[in-house]
Design a protein around this ligand. Structure first.
Ligand SMILES: Cc1cc2nc3c(=O)[nH]c(=O)nc-3n(C[C@H](O)[C@H](O)[C@H](O)COP(=O)(O)OP(=O)(O)OC[C@H]3O[C@@H](n4cnc5c(N)ncnc54)[C@H](O)[C@@H]3O)c2cc1C
Length: 325
């Protein structure tokens, strides 16, 4: 039986697994087809692709800066200056922070941390039970597993659904509001725009990112990531699948209108709904650990809406865990 089952291969799951694997046997279970969670890179034919969720890192804490510096030296991530255009003066954000991106895609950090770890993809955990002092895990693909300890790194509402009957603190009485958003990945004719991202004050289109500005590959077409506002996401994420073309068209039309770029041809588009895109208010605790049951929870939502918060939460859980186990 494995020592730890870790649910999720985003930054939180990858970080805690990378630390634990030095002492324990680990298996990561991930519901998606690949690594990265909300920092995934959607790869298409050849080497091209789009940062699907997270666009860049902007380290703030000393610990995370030191971690990212090591990854820069290992060529896992790189600096990205970018040229950011604010389509409305009221949304000047984040200009002063350093920006870092994955060398091949923004899931490079998770990939790097998980490279020697056994990951099971397309394995969505649907139920957990306690059986004879260990965890019995049931997955939607009709498989199951036993583990001595269990660590869950999913968004708050998903962890609550899976684990609330086993959590013995008031963790789930917290109100963690998670925003939703829609993302359109778009391939168009070359516009020769030198803008890396557009930030807007619109009520439908929140921001746009220019994938080619990340200079990971050369491509003769423009690749854009259009991100809806949370207000638009709140109204439409639950049932966007029934109206994919409609929402794609709305976001593309907004993009054309607000940026005034000469988009003559759309070669490809793909829409995705992030039901749990980000959260706002940080909690007082940074992670959850119950030594008696061997149940741990770490995720970005303990600390805030950025990747760094997931990394900090995983480190916090590790410290709690090794001081008690
Ligand atoms: C559109 C968008 C843009 C963003 N931009 C930025 C940015 O520019 N900078 C920044 O710092 N942050 C950004 N973020 C936030 C950042 O992506 C997250 O803070 C970070 O990726 C969270 O990592 P995590 O590991 O805590 O959670 P996740 O990445 O969500 O990882 C959780 C993993 O658990 C898996 N999972 C969930 N339930 C189950 C289950 N039942 N069974 C198995 N697996 C399960 C999920 O598939 C996922 O892979 C953005 C997020 C989005 C959505």
């Amino acid at each position: 039986m494995i020592d730890f089952a870790v649910i999720g291969s985003g930054i939180s799951g990858a970080t805690i697994s990378n630390k634990l694997v030095k002492k324990y046997s680990i298996k990561v279970f991930e519901k998606a087809k690949g690594v990265g969670g909300r920092s995934s890179f959607k790869r298409f034919k050849g080497n091209i692709g789009f940062d699907h969720g997270l666009q860049y890192l902007s380290p703030r804490s000393k610990e995370f800066k030191s971690f990212t510096n090591k990854l820069i030296r290992k060529r896992v991530i790189k600096h990205w200056k970018g040229n950011h255009e604010f389509l409305n003066e009221r949304v000047k954000r984040d200009k002063k922070h350093i920006k870092l991106i994955g060398v091949r895609g923004n899931n490079d950090i998770s990939k790097h941390l998980l490279k020697s770890i056994n990951c099971k993809f397309q394995s969505e955990l649907s139920e957990i039970q306690r059986k004879k002092d260990c965890w019995f895990l049931k997955f939607k693909n009709n498989t199951s597993a036993y583990a001595k300890n269990l660590i869950i790194t999913a968004p708050f509402p998903q962890v609550k659904k899976l684990a609330s009957k086993f959590v013995r603190t008031k963790l789930f009485t917290n109100k963690v509001k998670m925003n939703s958003s829609l993302t359109v990945l778009l391939m168009t004719n070359k516009t020769d725009s030198n803008v890396s991202s557009f930030f807007t004050n619109d009520d439908i289109l929140g921001w746009v990112s220019n994938e080619n500005s990340k200079k990971r590959f050369r491509y003769n077409k423009d690749l854009w990531v259009l991100q809806s506002t949370y207000e638009y996401g709140k109204k439409h994420t639950d049932n966007y699948r029934n109206k994919k073309k409609f929402h794609t068209r709305i976001l593309i039309n907004k993009f054309k209108k607000l940026t005034k770029l000469k988009i003559k041809k759309v070669y490809f588009s793909h829409i995705h709904g992030w039901k749990y895109s980000s959260n706002s208010k940080p909690l007082k605790t940074k992670s959850y650990w119950d030594k008696r049951l061997g149940l741990g929870i770490c995720a970005d939502w303990f600390g805030g809406p950025r990747l760094e918060n997931g990394w900090l939460s995983a480190n916090n859980l590790y410290k709690k865990l090794i001081s008690t186990i």
